[in-house]
Design a protein around this ligand. Sequence first.
Ligand code: NAD
Ligand code: WQD
Length: 343
Amino acid sequence: MNILVTGGAGFIGSHTVIELYAAGHTAVVADNLSNSCQESLRRAAQIIGTDTIPFYNVDIRDKAGLQEIFEQHTIDACIHFAGLKAVGESVSKPWEYYDNNIHGTLTLIDALRQHGCKRMIFSSSATVYGEPAEIPITENCPKGTCTNPYGWTKSMLEQILTDLYHSDSAWNIVLLRYFNPIGAHPSGMIGENPNGTPNNLMPYITQVAIGQRPELGIFGNDYPTPDGTGVRDYTHVVDLAKGHVSALSAIERGCGLAIYNLGTGKGYSVLDVVSAFEKASGVKIPYRIKPRRAGDIATCYSDPSKAEKELGWKALNGIEEMCRDSWNWQKKNPAGYICTEQK
Ligand code: NAD
Ligand code: WQD
């Protein structure tokens, strides 16, 4: 299939483009480069062994820009990664988050249906469960109250896509709820490229390891977890990328509306991740315990068995591989990508 990949220059998108080609699909990327560089796609093309990956510097709120893509390509399905994702920023800029993520997705949906393409995989998040009602979290766990506008955009977009499906069953839509993507392509050529101070744990750890930051702040050690630090379901980005290929097969089979957790089912605390990283890298990570971060929950990990049963997808990499590959990427690219294009 030929897949429109919105946000395909980003962290998860660039890894997914590689897995799409590996599975015999092709991709057309639409990205406004607001949080990425085209360099990720140049490198992805090298890994794939293709000259170029068709790329459009397009904002998904731009109707005419999307129209041009559909005029030039036959699109069989869309994998929709494009969105703003910084939790803290979304609290100070709610309008920008609702505009970018919700208005953007509505514009994209309209373009898709006008061109008769009613197949979408949507990047959702474990954040939609809020303070989860059960651990491990199955897809039957009710959605919860989000603590920030970013989370609400994911929750609302899931609802919008669900309502769309109920209004027109010609749509096939898969909502993928990701659990803490980390790691990088094992080549070390592509990886996570945070802008400024990382919000997430693993890029912060790798920047401490490379000497860019003096120490890691650990946000609370008084949670009701085995060592008091927050527990999460870290998932290797390459496994996550492969999950999209599996979801595409479900779409081809005519799955209707389907929801899957993509996680490993295992929970690791912040201190577990620090020691796994130290073991994988041989680098000591100095840390200091700090107050809890607003909006954080104690424990969040998935029951990923539905994806295994229905999609045949299972995360194959463990925390060792995740730490190894995050470190390999950071070591080979101490300053991330060097962006040549104008923002
Ligand atoms: P990312 O920021 O690396 O990638 C998102 C891409 O979308 C970027 O390349 C950005 O330039 C692009 N983009 C943003 N707004 C756009 C717009 N209006 N038009 C066109 N392009 C636009 O983030 P990521 O980590 O790869 O995340 C991909 C998706 O997965 C996002 O929707 C994110 O919310 C979701 N998600 C991420 C995580 C995570 O921890 N990384 C967890 C759960 C869900
Ligand atoms: C993991 C653990 C922190 C940084 C967020 C979003 C979620 C999803 C994934 C997009 C927590 C602790 C972190 C640091 C720390 N994103 N931590 N020091 O919070 O589980 O999820 O990213 O959809 O919506 O909320 O991930 O990596 O920020 O934190 O101690 O410098 O590490 O408190 O326990 P989180 P994270």
